[in-house]
Design a protein around this ligand. Structure first.
Ligand code: FMN
Length: 244
C-alpha cells in the first residue's frame, strides 16, 4: 500500500488519538499523569545556549564520507568546538526549511526523536546534559555536571565512551508517532534513529571527527542517568571526538 494512502486510512484513528492526547495533556496540567505524546516540555526557567549557525557546504563529498566512514572508539585528548557540536546536532535533527522539515526523514513528519548532548569537554559549554531544540537551533540545559562516566557505565561498562569530549544520545517518544500510525510506530521510530545516526556518522567524517553508534546499554540505567521523561526511551549513544 502506498504511504500516502496509508496516511488516509489512519486518519480516524489519528483523530481519536489526538482527542486522547488532548485529554492526557489536560490531566498532566492538573499534575496527575504525564503527557506521553506532547512535545518535550521546556521548563519556564530554562537556560538556553544558542548554537553557531550550521554550515551548508564543505570540502568532503558525500561519496568520500561514505567511503571513509568507520566506527571510531579511540579519541584524542582534544576538546570539541561548539561549532562542531552544533553541526553534528544539526545533521541529526536540524530544521532545513520553513515548514519545519529536518535533516533526517520522519514518518508523517511527526519527529519522535529527541537528541541529548552529554557535554564533557566542549569549548564554551559547561559540562552537563543538554537537549537539542531544533526550532531555533539551540540547546536547553537539562542537568548539571559531567555525566560521561555514568553514560559509559550504563553502556555495559564500555569505558572508551567516557573518553569522547561529548556524547550524543538519541531518544524516541514512540507515542508521538503512534497517534497516527498505531502499532507501526516502534518500527518507524527505530528506522528514524538509524537515519539520524548515519547523518551523524557522515557529518563527523566530513568534519574530521569520529563516532561509533552504541546500542549496548541498559535501558533503565541510561534513562536514569539522562533523567529522561517516562515517555522517552534511549535508543542510541553516539560518542563524538577527534580520532586518535
Ligand atoms: C545497532 C548497532 C549497535 C551497535 N552497538 C555497538 C556497541 O554497543 N559497542 C560498540 O563498540 N559498537 C557498536 N556498534 C558498532 C559496530 O560494531 C560497527 O558498526 C561494526 O563493527 C562495523 O564497523 P564500521 O561501523 O566501522 O563499519 C553497533 C552498531 C550498530 C549498527
Amino acid at each position: 500500500m502506498r504511504f500516502d494512502r496509508l496516511i488516509r486510512v489512519r486518519r480516524p484513528i489519528r483523530r481519536r488519538a489526538h482527542r486522547a492526547a488532548t485529554i492526557l495533556v489536560a490531566v498532566s496540567v492538573l499534575g496527575c499523569i504525564e503527557a506521553t505524546d506532547a512535545e518535550t516540555p521546556v521548563p519556564s526557567a530554562a537556560t538556553f545556549v544558542d548554537l553557531p549557525e550550521p554550515r551548508h557546504g564543505g570540502d568532503v563529498a558525500v561519496e568520500q564520507a561514505l567511503a571513509m566512514r568507520r566506527s571510531i572508539r579511540q579519541y584524542a585528548d582534544t576538546p570539541l568546538s561548539l561549532a562542531g557540536l552544533a553541526q553534528l546536532a544539526w545533521s541529526a535533527q536540524g530544521i532545513t526549511d520553513s515548514a519545519g522539515h529536518r535533516t533526517s526523514p520522519s514518518a508523517g513528519a511527526l519527529y519522535p526523536l529527541e537528541l541529548y548532548v552529554v557535554a564533557g569537554e566542549v569549548l564554551g559549554l559547561e559540562a552537563g546534559i543538554y537537549r537539542y531544540v531544533p526550532a531555533g537551533h539551540r540547546l536547553v540545559r537539562h542537568t548539571d555536571g559531567d555525566a560521561r562516566g555514568a553514560v559509559a557505565r550504563a553502556a555495559l561498562q564500555q569505558s572508551w565512551i567516557a573518553d569522547a569530549p561529548a556524547i550524543l544520545v538519541l531518544a524516541g517518544v514512540t507515542e508521538r508517532t503512534a497517534g497516527k500510525y498505531g502499532n507501526r510506530a516502534p518500527r518507524f521510530v527505530h528506522i528514524e534513529v538509524g537515519h539520524a545516526a548515519q547523518n551523524v556518522y557522515l557529518q563527523a567524517e566530513a568534519l574530521g571527527l569520529g563516532t561509533c553508534i552504541v546500542g549496548g546499554f541498559d535501558n533503565v540505567q541510561l534513562k536514569r542517568v539522562l533523567a529522561l521523561r517516562e515517555a522517552e526511551a534511549p535508543l542510541a549513544i553516539l560518542p563524538v571526538g577527534t580520532p586518535r
